[in-house]
Design a protein around this ligand. Sequence first.
Ligand SMILES: [Zn+2]
Length: 323
Amino acid sequence: MTDPTDLAALLADLGLPEAPEPLPGFAADSHTHLDAVEERSGLRPDDALALAAAVGIDRIVQVGCDEPSSLWAAEFALAHPSVVAAVALHPNEVARHPERTKPGVETVERLAGAGAHVRAIGETGLDYFRTTEPEGQVLQREAFAAHIEIAAAHDLTLVIHDRDAHDDILDVLAGSTAPSRVVMHCFSGDADFAHRCLDRGYWLSFPGVTTYKANHHLRRALAVTPPDRLLVETDAPYLTPVPARGRPNSTYLLPHTIRFVAEQREWDLAETCALLTRNTMAAFGGAWPALGEIVPEAVGSGPKSSPTDSGPASAPEAGATRG
Ligand SMILES: [Zn+2]
């Protein structure tokens, strides 16, 4: 595992924001794009994982947006026990390349049954901000419905991308067999929409933009979210939290968002980390190993050590609190 000093040097080399002070516990990033992070900033996925663990983020949900990135997410998760995959065609991909939808959905369906490393169908949903023409929006609704069906059939979590389409998101869901776990990724509504989602039992995942001064509506939504429905995410390389706003995002910057959430809710930071780990595992179908945690298959090859220190214990609860 990479030395922490090397990690700091790596960030400096790549011109990336400094790492925040490590959290007092371990938490999870419920939505990230390690492949897009590498494209954007040159940070390799394995280094991104090591950096994240060094500041207290030891579990990650890697999200696909098209056929190649969904295949990559599943493959990367299979090779990295601390990572689980979400696979789907992003609504803007569906509108932009309708000819790719059929083969893409077939691949998503195949990956849905690939094993426990694929936990979710997403990100799928509707994006009326980027796709404004009605024909594209119809294609998005059709593809969204197809993704919902796959999630329900395989009992996978549904990860929803919703941009300027709140009502239609709930309409399409109401007209489908809803999967048992639904995550509103990058929650972008106000307190009222939060209630409508919470009433349906969904999790709300808050991104870095929650820290932006102008986003009072997100903080009001955060204030009404019950502790057990709350998730956080980077959506890296996008939506970088304050104080690194405007620079490329990566999972190691998630502690900024977590500290902000804990302050807003007046929660203890270590307990917030433990809560986020529990919630992320519940939202994505159960426990999976933290980075550096000994998994049964790895025992023969000797225990791996955490980049941080004593490393997380093997129990999920204990794994969320640094000793
Ligand atoms: Zn995303």
